[in-house]
Design a protein around this ligand. Sequence first.
Ligand code: GLA
Length: 412
Amino acid sequence: MNYKLEAKHNLQHSSRIKETESLDKLIENCQTGFSNQFEENCSLISYAPGRINVLGEHTDYNNGLSLSGAINRWVVVGISKRRDRLVKAFSSNFNQLITYDPNSKIQDNKAWRHFIEGGCRIMDSVYNISSGYNLYIIGNVPIGGGVSSSAALCIALLRGIAHINQIQLSDKNLATLASKVEHQDVNVKSGLLDQYSSVWGQKGHLLSLDFKYQTCSPISFKSDQYAFLITDSKVKRALANTAYTDRVQETSLALEMLKEEFISIANFRDIEEKHLGLISELTPRKRLRHYISENERVIKGVGAITKGDYKFLGELLNESHDSLKNDYEVSCNEIDFLTQKLRDHDGCLGSRIMGGGFGGCCISIVKVEQINAIIQATSQAYEDHFELTPDFFLYDLVDGANVITQDFFADI
Ligand code: GLA
């Protein structure tokens, strides 16, 4: 399952492409790990995938559009209820056990505990639950790799808690609650891109997401000749969260300014290029220019994929990067260098920064037969320039989050 993309494209195995376990293997390891850790079987397993984003960056928190997809990297959570109110969570990736006591102020200091505590707390308060859990968490979504490992963890955890307590939780509510965990407990006022992609993923499809109407249209992506190559720059900016919050505030202030001037503007989606002239300050004008042009690129990108026009899709990726770099100002030297090097190669049709920005990843549309050559040329140049070794990933597009209950285990 996990090597399908490479098999499908008959790629010469590149040592630079990171490999991964299948979902079945992760589930099996989760069951075994749970039993070893807690000396009982888990009652259910909940899993959620990471995501890529082809177009539509920094649009989600302003009711915009995106074109994303769920990928064959998952966070898998094994759960059973405890008799007391404690939450004991073991992370296989960090090899750490945390204990969360909702009645005690003294908590653990591990970074990933925020998601567990926040997830349990929000479910307790919204659904008035008072249960403790044993949790075993395992996964292969690259942590901090720009493909939303934290959203996958929150989605898997919340869906698991809902299921074990027999709570009906719609996909939209699940996504909203998971994003609130990031808002309240991690203090990033992000949109719903990561959560919707993880929940609504469809095998072999990208997702055309509309955050104003909270809708998702699957767009089939099938090509033997072209693939999305993800490059992790390995750059992590400590101030990325602050800068992200600045962008949220800047755009929200710019909207308020326009609302006062134009009765026709109630929402970000009502803003058109012609309105921007009224904003005297350059920065908010540039931010909104990115928003408008990026939404247009999503619409054009959906058309390009539907027609199989990957050359045009590549141009849209390049334009998106330029807009994120110059108008939204969320790129950095390393990513600018990488996207340029990637674009310089014949086999790359376009490349742009992906995700929140200030480091992280870029996404490129590339010719499959030239992937190894692209990787070689890009990584060599990047290493020479920045003394950093980039990671490269090819992903399959997969179905969204789900739960497996005990009756099912017998069949696995
Ligand atoms: C991060 C956030 C998303 C989205 C992207 C930028 O990944 O979690 O909600 O805003 O940045 O498009």
